[in-house]
Design a protein around this ligand. Structure first.
Ligand code: HEM
Length: 305
């Protein structure tokens, strides 16, 4: 063994208060690494438990799992950028390209959902999934919290009533997605929303506190003027915003239409939302980086798509 490596190892284990000899002996007895152990293929391929006997349900489960893995990749990237103290326009744009690449995959592959299952099978096995809904994807919500300031996720009907002095609790109650699980006349929450909040609300508030000044938009706004005006960076920001909030949302909406709008009759979704209205970008008006779009672009967000 090279002297410098031996020395570095000695220093490493000394600092840990550990005996290098013991660790070297451990190496002698440990098994060589295999691909399947490292990637945990056995565990991974045992995570698909169907609730019906329809084969297309496997497509449904696995594609959702692929989505969750890619959501995690997005969050890992955003986390790196959020914690980085030395960001310039080029590093920022580079990271955004990475994040967008994952969402580009999610958008272009959504046809697996729309055209990759039989409508007949889908409408049978989905009945076994009520009241679960993709609406309950915590990582999707985290991507939103990590991408923009909380105010941009507030239901646009209530934006004027929420300011920096509002508590997280109050802001949380007025997030745009509450509309999918709440009857605004009675204020009653659906079961789907209630259990989702019971499981994740505390975690979301903690997460949002960290991202208060560290989300992508705040981070961008904290860059020097010259960097903020960098054309490549602005292009990357707009691309990400458009991909997540229009292209993905529309691919999703068109899929819902394909399965749940049969002969002009709208079927109720598993999560029970008024989905036809709720899911369209022109109603949600969710825009991560509003300053990077013109008034006209914002007014026409999701219109004519
Ligand atoms: C056949 C495929 C799909 C259909 C028909 C569908 C349908 C719907 C509907 C109707 C909603 C509104 C809430 C409700 O009432 O349940 C919803 C929400 C949602 N779904 Fe899907 N979905 C599909 C696939 C997916 C996939 C693959 C994902 C990826 C994880 C996903 C993630 C979500 C998310 C994140 C929401 C909340 C969106 C928001 O608040 O704007 N969905 N889905």
């Amino acid at each position: 063994m090279k002297d410098d490596i031996t020395k570095a190892l000695q220093e490493k284990y000394e600092a840990l208060g550990q005996d290098l000899e013991d660790h070297l002996e451990g190496l002698l007895h440990s098994k060589p690494l295999n691909y399947w152990d490292y990637i945990q293929t056995d565990a991974l391929l045992n995570l698909q438990t169907t609730r019906s006997s329809y084969p297309d349900e496997m497509v449904f489960i696995m594609y959702h799992q692929v989505n969750e893995l890619l959501f995690k990749m997005v969050l890992v990237e955003i986390d790196q950028l959020a914690k980085s103290r030395q960001v310039n326009a080029s590093i920022f744009a580079d990271k955004l390209h990475r994040i967008s690449r994952y969402f580009d995959i999610l958008t272009s592959s959504f046809s697996i959902m729309k055209d990759g299952m039989s409508v007949e099978q889908y409408n049978k096995f989905r009945k076994t999934l009520t009241p679960a809904s993709g609406f309950q994807s915590a990582q999707y919500r985290k991507i939103e919290f990590a991408s923009t300031e909380l105010i941009n996720l507030i239901d646009k009907r209530f934006r004027d009533t929420i300011d920096r002095n509002s508590s997280y609790e109050n802001a949380f109650e007025h997030l745009y997605w509450q509309a999918a699980g709440k009857d605004y006349k009675t204020g009653k929450k659906s079961y789907t929303l209630k259990v989702f909040e019971e499981k994740y609300k505390d975690e979301f508030i903690r997460f949002t506190k960290f991202y208060y000044g560290n989300n992508l938009y705040s981070k961008y706004k904290g860059l020097p003027k010259e960097a903020r005006e960098d054309k490549n960076l602005i292009k990357a920001m707009r691309h990400y915003d458009y991909t997540v909030n229009i292209k993905w949302v529309m691919a999703h909406y068109n899929t819902a239409n394909h399965y749940l709008n049969i002969g002009g009759e709208t079927a109720e979704a598993t999560g029970g939302s008024e989905w036809v209205k709720y899911m369209h970008p022109k109603y949600q008006k969710r825009i991560f980086f509003p300053e990077l779009w013109t008034k006209q672009e914002k007014d026409n967000w999701g219109v004519d798509i």
